[in-house]
Design a protein around this ligand. Structure first.
Ligand SMILES: O=c1ccn([C@@H]2O[C@H](COP(=O)(O)OP(=O)(O)O)[C@@H](O)[C@H]2O)c(=O)[nH]1
Ligand SMILES: O=C(O)[C@@H](COP(=O)(O)O)O[C@H]1O[C@H](CO)[C@@H](O)[C@H](O)[C@H]1O
Length: 315
């Protein structure tokens, strides 16, 4: 790492245990906190994640609302989330005038239109061992340092069911090499793709949101460009278990990440990225399948008419 990045790393990396609840309560004052879970067919896990956040809210008052953004689930995700105490919004019901697109980035973007927090904490809905320090750790830098606008979680990544091999495969094989090459100022971010992170609304609403799995890497790069490295912090949250996608699905995720970085760096094409993968057909022969991936961007939420009306209603 370059010296300024090393300096940032030392100054801006903390651990969840550095942010005890009492310290955060003393600093929260009037800051509203929303916790948002994007969810696509996560009925097996979403209830436990919501319940953890609800308990934290009730025990400490550190969280003001828990919202699950349903990304088009066909299973019992919405019911499980509501039963556990979340407010559930289906993507089609939020800003219906702009339509709905598939993918994670879309529901994260739309969550800004239905939440009221000054700080928004994003937590994936497929966590297998959700702990409250996920949320309190991410809140730490935001509640104590007005210069921080985005806090990324970082953690160990066991690849569950695969012995000693580590998870974070797209991170290690794609995102980190691309960051080293194109955005070395971000080389100190331990988990650039982490699905657990928190941001100030004033930052989030000023950023475009990429569709699909490009959303996190784009947010990191755009925050760097808009606010500088000093506006980014990270918190060591210990260890994180989550559901794993298969290698082909991660190949498609990696294609989205690659496309976003190349675009941001001015090196990539502007048409939708594609990837050709291979499966065996019914005769045992390889059959190429070409996927066209949607990384189309949504504009900064602050520029969306319906959002302005909502903001006027909330304030
Ligand atoms: O189109 C999608 C794909 C994913 N997700 C959610 O985004 C989070 C992370 O996605 P996923 O679990 O697919 O990624 P993985 O962790 O398996 O790499 C999970 O809460 C998903 O339910 C979503 O809301 N919409
Ligand atoms: O980091 C990665 O390589 C991918 C896939 O992780 P695994 O190899 O399944 O542990 O996970 C990233 O993307 C997911 C979807 O947005 C997030 O849930 C993870 O937090 C993120 O690290």
């Amino acid at each position: 790492m370059k010296l300024p990045v090393q300096t940032w790393f030392t100054r801006s990396t903390s651990r969840a245990r550095d942010w005890p609840i009492e310290r955060l309560r003393a600093r929260k004052a009037g800051t509203r906190v929303s916790v948002v879970l994007p969810a696509l067919d996560e009925e097996a896990t979403v209830g436990r994640v919501v319940a953890m956040v609800r308990r934290l809210a009730e025990d400490t008052g550190l969280v003001d609302e828990v919202v699950v953004m349903d990304s088009g689930s066909t299973d019992g995700t919405a019911r499980a989330a509501a039963e556990a105490g979340a407010t559930v919004h289906h993507r089609d019901e939020v800003l219906p005038e702009v339509g709905s697109r598939p993918g994670k980035g879309e529901v994260l973007w739309k969550s800004l239109a239905v939440t009221t927090g000054d700080v928004v904490v994003f937590v994936d809905a497929d966590l297998t061992d959700p702990q409250p320090q996920l949320v309190t750790g991410l809140l730490g830098p935001l509640l104590t340092d007005p210069g921080v606008e985005l806090v990324k979680g970082c953690y160990d990544r066991p690849l569950q069911g695969a012995g000693a091999t580590s998870g974070g495969r797209v991170t290690e094989l794609v995102a980190r090499p691309l960051i080293s090459r194109f955005y070395p100022d971000l080389a100190g971010v331990v988990q650039p793709l982490a699905g657990e992170y928190a941001g100030r609304r004033r930052l989030l609403e000023a950023l475009p949101f990429c569709g699909g799995y490009g959303v996190e890497i784009a947010m990191l790069i755009d925050t760097l460009e808009l606010r500088g490295l000093s506006a980014i912090a990270q918190v060591d949250l210990g260890r994180r278990g989550h559901g794993h996608q298969d290698t082909a699905a991660l190949g498609r995720m990696a294609t989205q990440i690659t496309d976003v970085v190349h675009r941001r760096a001015g090196a990539g094409p502007l048409d939708a990225p594609t990837i050709t993968q291979f499966a065996r057909d019914g005769y045992g022969r390889y059959a190429p399948v070409t996927h066209v991936l949607d990384v189309a961007e949504r504009p900064p939420m602050i520029t969306v008419a319906g959002y302005g009306q909502r903001a006027a209603k909330v304030s």
